[in-house]
Design a protein around this ligand. Structure first.
Ligand code: SF4
Ligand code: SF4
Length: 131
């Protein structure tokens, strides 16, 4: 047997995985547990409907076409002449914050709330409301 050709590291390295058994898990049992989000985390949008003027600036700036303007009857303020509010598609959004930057009354923000997992993809089409 030629010991110069034996890959000792390759033989021993897989056993280092045993140590992982005793480490604290990196994942959580959602939905019983949720992760604590960091300061400045970009979660789902919030929109103060009392201030939103329905201008669609947010929709126009979105490079991912993640926003469409949807007509509402309730929660509409007198300055919202279009009668529409933004709806966000989180299958498209990349949380770039551009829509927030161009919102004239600062009604649109990124909050810290988010759905971490959901069996119904329609729940990721989201109407930001007052927060
Ligand atoms: S955060 Fe960016 S990608 Fe998401 S809706 Fe706003 S502009 Fe579009
Ligand atoms: S959220 Fe802001 S940018 Fe979007 S329609 Fe309302 S006021 Fe305009």
């Amino acid at each position: 047997m030629n010991f110069n050709t034996i890959d000792i590291k390759g033989i021993v390295a897989p056993f280092s995985a045993i140590g992982k058994v005793f480490e604290h898990p990196k994942t959580v049992c959602y939905p019983d547990q949720t992760k604590v989000v960091s300061e400045g985390y970009r979660g789902f949008h919030t929109n103060v409907l009392a201030d939103c003027i329905g201008c669609a600036n947010c929709q126009e700036i979105c490079m991912n076409d993640a926003i469409d303007m949807v007509s509402i009857d309730e929660d509409r303020n007198d300055r919202n002449k279009s009668g529409c509010i933004p709806r966000i598609d989180y299958g498209r959004c990349c949380w770039c914050n551009l829509c927030v930057d161009v919102c004239p009354p600062d009604s649109l923000k990124l909050g810290i709330e988010c759905i971490q997992a959901d069996a119904d993809s329609n729940n990721f089409l989201y109407y930001p409301k007052d927060k």
